[in-house]
Design a protein around this ligand. Structure first.
Ligand SMILES: Cc1cc2nc3c(=O)[nH]c(=O)nc-3n(C[C@H](O)[C@H](O)[C@H](O)COP(=O)(O)O)c2cc1C
Length: 379
């Protein structure tokens, strides 16, 4: 087992092919401020969510029976989900489903609503097919997210698992972090299919210090303790940073197992700009997309190998196409998530990646069957 995680540059791979129409649209969109486009996209997806039909036909690759995954007692129609941070307040759940995602992770939400960091705070790094962000958990608060999700559920509009990612409110210090996570968990637990405890954003001062084993255990014991008292406990996962040394990552995994968590989400963004080929805006922030792929996959491979049967793994970081999606599954992930790949790949991104995954595996039969170890962790 590798004792250190690769810190070096990404392999310089060619950009995955995209349709000419999307490349044209992307050129136009990329000429506008990144956060403004994000809000435009969210506004459109939110409107679309109110009108779009709920079910995808069984002929849709996103509903191909061979792509179905069972994990944590939940059924995922396909293994590619939307990563946290895009739809923080759960305002466009049906639209994400219609785009083919097999599950969504909304949030990060915090116990108290907060505006996030000052703008500008989101940047494109096109030469690297990457993004840099220091959003700082801008969100309407856990209760608002829960309300929105409850509304979609009551209207019968939710067809895929929806997880909620919870973080620490900025004005709460780490000594009181456990109670803050507890409040968020209480707000969302009824409406979340699974909950992710996020201790890995680089954009909330001091948050990553919670990735120290004892600190993490303090938070997880509280959240998992409350969860165990629920009539219907939720699968709880922990999201980690790719910048952790392997021993610290193991400490977090041990804490997760000890507290009764079901899995890890690997990984959040990196603060290490090593290997970027294009210009990078100054200031703090986390880098996502292609440059993160190798590092996040290595951490995934290392921990999935060691914690097989104890924890289930969601892989995130640099998924751009079927090959990178397959690599996450091959590294031991039962499910995978993407954010930046969607920004660069456009509306056809999910189905393209899924079709490529099917083609790469050479068969649609039992496509993801070998990696359903997550159920071994059912408690
Ligand atoms: C603009 C932006 C905002 C993000 N916000 C969050 C967040 O609120 N919570 C979180 O856990 N991860 C957040 N992430 C990290 C993603 O969920 C994901 O872990 C990371 O970007 C790696 O995946 P990718 O390379 O497919 O983007 C954010 C990423 C981006 C680019």
């Amino acid at each position: 087992m590798a004792d250190s995680i690769a810190r070096t540059s990404r392999p310089v791979t060619p950009a995955p092919p995209t349709p000419a129409s999307w490349r044209l649209a992307r050129k136009l969109l990329f000429s506008i401020d990144a956060e403004r486009v994000h809000h435009l996209a969210m506004a459109s997806l939110s409107v679309w969510s109110r009108v779009c039909s709920v079910d995808l036909p069984s002929t849709d690759v996103a509903r191909a029976p061979a792509l179905q995954v069972q994990a944590f007692g939940l059924t995922f129609p396909n293994p590619l989900g939307l990563a946290a941070g895009f739809d923080k307040d759960a305002v466009a759940v049906p639209a994400w489903q219609a785009l083919g995602f097999g599950f969504l992770e909304v949030g990060t939400v915090t116990a108290q609503a907060q505006p996030g960091n000052e703008r500008p705070r989101l940047f494109r790094l096109p030469a690297d097919r990457a993004l840099k962000n220091r959003m700082g958990f801008n969100n309407q608060g856990a209760a608002a997210c829960a309300r929105h999700l409850e509304r979609w559920r009551t209207a019968g509009r939710v067809r895929v698992p929806v997880g909620v990612n919870i973080g620490k409110t900025k004005v709460v210090d780490n000594a009181h972090a456990a109670d803050d996570y507890r409040a968020s968990f209480a707000a969302v637990a009824d409406v979340a299919d699974y909950v992710v405890v996020n201790v890995s954003s680089p954009n909330t001062p001091g948050l990553r210090a919670l990735q120290q084993k004892d600190e993490l255990l303090r938070v997880l014991d509280v959240v998992c303790g409350d969860n165990a008292k629920r009539q219907v406990p939720r699968p709880i996962l922990v999201k980690l940073a790719p910048d952790l040394a392997i021993e610290d990552a193991r400490g977090c995994a041990d804490a997760a197992v000890q507290a009764g968590c079901r899995g890890l989400v690997l990984t959040n963004t990196t603060i290490d700009p090593t290997g970027l080929v294009g210009p990078v805006p100054e200031g703090s922030g986390g880098i996502s997309g292609a440059p993160l792929f190798a590092r996040s996959t290595e951490l995934l491979r290392a921990l999935a190998g060691e914690y097989q049967g104890k924890l289930a793994f969601m892989g995130a970081g640099g998924i751009e196409d079927g090959a990178t999606l397959e690599a996450k599954l091959d590294a031991g992930a039962v499910l995978a998530q993407a954010y930046t790949g969607f920004v660069y790949g456009g509306p056809g991104f999910v189905r393209r990646a899924l079709r490529e995954l099917v083609a790469r595996r050479g068969s649609t039969a039992g496509l993801v069957a070998p990696i359903t170890s997550a159920d071994a962790t059912r408690r």
